[in-house]
Design a protein around this ligand. Structure first.
Ligand code: FMN
Length: 158
């Protein structure tokens, strides 16, 4: 695709406001990792399913696509720092004070909620893959979401 058209496409994609989530999991060599995403979408109520999209060029692609289960944490407006740190290439390691280890997986502290899910399908699609997942547990907490719009983090109330 031409550069100008690519820029236009990025700009129009950025006009759709989303929340910000972090996928958290333990890697095959025992590291506690996370990746910031905004491609999360609820998919199905019965059965309960969600989806998100993973860049095929991500260094974490192999690790994530072999996972049987992981947590999707919905970040609060106070968690811009976590969103930034988990979006850094070569630095997806969670700090010990940022998460709690549970029997479901790694849960980010003080998020506005999380979904525990298991792998369903991985659909090859353009430069990303679509990952659908089965929801087997959820938790809702107080707080307002971190919003991503116009290539910047925002708060809902400002
Ligand atoms: C707000 C925001 C949303 C993002 N959403 C996605 C996403 O949905 N899927 C994805 O694969 N990467 C997404 N990224 C990029 C990753 O967080 C991260 O920057 C990228 O994976 C770094 O490269 P690496 O995976 O090779 O380390 C997003 C980044 C930001 C800042």
């Amino acid at each position: 695709m031409l550069d100008e058209a690519n820029k236009d496409l990025r700009n129009i994609f950025s006009k759709f406001a989303t929340g910000v989530a972090a996928i958290t999991f333990e890697s095959s060599n025992g590291l506690n990792l996370g990746i910031t995403i905004n491609s999360y979408t609820s998919l199905s109520l019965d059965p309960p399913m969600v989806l998100w999209c993973l860049d095929k060029d991500s260094d974490l692609y192999e690790e994530i696509t072999i996972l049987d289960k992981y947590i999707i944490n919905f970040l609060s407006e106070e968690q811009k720092d976590i969103a930034n740190s988990l979006a850094q290439k070569n630095d997806h390691i969670l700090n010990a004070d940022q998460f709690t280890q549970t029997d479901k997986g790694l849960v980010i502290k003080d998020s506005i909620g999380w979904i525990a899910c298991t792998k369903n399908t991985i659909i090859d699609s353009g430069d990303h893959s679509i990952l659908t997942a089965n929801v087997y547990d959820t938790k809702i907490s107080d707080g307002y979401p971190l919003v991503f719009w116009g290539s910047s983090y925002r708060s809902l109330l400002r």
